[in-house]
Design a protein around this ligand. Structure first.
Ligand SMILES: [Zn+2]
Length: 456
């Protein structure tokens, strides 16, 4: 998960009560029993990776650890297609579709406070985004599914990508054609989020707001006062949010009343901007850059001309040289039919995860998983990692970011169940339920939509 701004401080976080109560579990199924059997081992792997974090482009030890685990459980391993990537291939006992699962390797540069006993041993590097947890979950799913290999219909491809934080790894892997010989029909992945452990949150379409960086170039004739006034005008003219909603308050995403799982959640239908503008002179011009976050794709096309109108109205028409986007990364875009299937499957499964649909889109962050989804229909989930009772708040990239390791158990059991359901018996997924007849039509529509919007 790439963060697009730096938080100066995130204090006073209000995390909803823990929804996770293992004693309420119904009779465990085989996947749950297998997950429980692996749990201690996966926690040990996670802590080892947490102690030895590596930044983007340098994930050699992490990759070697992953390769060794995949080989030990009998997967075919391909390493180094790009950077320190590791691909594990699990071929089931019967023919069928190919489903992929993605995890990321890299940690963050910087000295973060880390109260964990297993804190980083690499000065200036820290797993403050939870990718160590994602690796443990992916290895756990691989091992659970490997135990069921003979009954699986199809193939599962585990993609451990490098360089997510720099937004390079996924695109580079796709550009190198990692899926040219083994093409997944679907791809899945998750991100630890500051929601209560036990919760899984997902929506069809965009999980994040669209992040754009705008660059304004003006003749260098504006005073400091002019510049401050212009940034204020841009903020007041461009920004919008629902009445009373404060979508910039990320700590609210776990709030039961206005957070992601609430029907009246505050993270819908907004355009917000970073508080800071980057002003500099370049070749004699004044350049003003800023980031904005827009929930609605159809609004993106009109933003540049709106910026130009604000500059005109502020009295600087004569100084204006150009306005353009300098960053237009794709955003995570979940396939609608696969998302519905996932929600139904996870709600039905007896795993410990509780899935909640959302209408909200998270600002400030993005994930280069979006590059896989441009070519392969897929779903990306938020997995709760906070536990207020234990004082653990999984606010990504923030100081004191900590993850409840029970999220590993939730992730492995829930998503092993989902991948088994997707492979299942050939054709089963598409034959889904007479009770929800619209699904088969929606499946077709969604695929058509994906092809139209991403293959032009
Ligand atoms: Zn991340």
């Amino acid at each position: 998960m790439k963060l697009l701004i730096i938080f100066s401080s995130i204090f006073g976080l209000l995390i909803g009560g823990c929804q996770h109560n293992p004693s309420q579990r119904t009779a465990p199924d085989a996947i749950q029993v297998q997950t429980d059997g692996l749990f201690e081992k996966l926690v040990a792997v996670r802590r080892d990776i947490h102690q030895h974090p590596e930044v983007a482009g340098h994930e050699s030890r992490t990759a070697a650890t992953i390769s060794a685990h995949l080989i030990a459980i009998g997967l075919e391993v391909q390493a180094g297609q790009y950077g320190h990537s590791v691909i594990g291939i699990l071929r089931g006992g019967h023919p069928g579709k190919t489903v992929a699962w993605r995890a990321e390797l890299d940690a963050l540069p910087g000295d973060f406070r880390d109260p964990a006993l297993f804190r980083s041993q690499n000065p200036g590097v820290h797993h403050a985004c939870g990718h160590d947890v994602h690796i443990a979950i992916a290895l756990g799913i691989a091992e659970v599914l490997a135990k069921q290999r003979d009954s699986l219909h199809g193939t599962v491809v585990f993609v451990f990508q490098p360089e997510e934080e720099t937004f390079k790894g996924a695109k580079a892997l796709m550009d190198r054609g990692i899926f040219s010989s083994i093409t997944p029909d679907e791809i899945y992945g998750l991100h630890v989020a500051p929601l209560p452990v036990g919760q899984i949150v997902v929506r069809a379409d965009e999980m994040y707001a669209y992040a754009r960086r705008v660059s304004i170039r003006l003749k260098n004739e504006l005073s400091k006062v002019d510049i401050v006034q212009l940034t204020k005008n841009l903020n007041s003219e461009l920004s919008r949010s629902r009445t009373g909603a404060k979508p910039w308050q990320l700590q609210d995403i776990s709030d039961p009343a206005i957070g992601l799982t609430s029907p009246s959640n505050a993270f819908q239908d907004y355009l917000i901007m970073d508080a800071t503008f980057d002003a500099r002179t370049e070749n004699g011009d004044l350049v003003l850059d800023f980031n904005l976050y827009e929930t609605t794709a159809s609004q993106l096309g009109g933003i540049i001309s709106r910026v130009e109108r604000v500059i005109d109205a502020s009295g600087h028409k004569r100084q204006l040289v150009s306005v353009s986007y300098v960053q237009e990364n794709p955003t995570v875009l979940n396939n609608a039919a696969l998302t519905r299937f996932a929600i139904r499957t996870l709600q039905r499964s007896r795993s410990v995860g509780a899935v909640r649909p959302t209408f909200g889109q998270v600002p400030f962050f993005n994930d280069d998983f979006a590059y896989f989804q441009q070519k392969i229909p897929g779903v990306y989930f938020f997995l709760g990692g906070s536990n207020a009772g234990k004082g653990l708040i999984a606010m990504n990239h923030a100081p004191d970011f900590q993850v409840d390791e029970e999220s590993i158990r939730v992730g492995v059991s829930s998503f092993s169940s989902l991948l088994v359901a997707r492979l299942g018996t050939p054709g089963q997924a598409e034959q889904e339920p007479p009770a929800d007849g619209a699904i088969s039509i929606a499946l077709f529509d969604a695929h058509t939509y994906h092809r139209k919007s991403h293959r032009e």
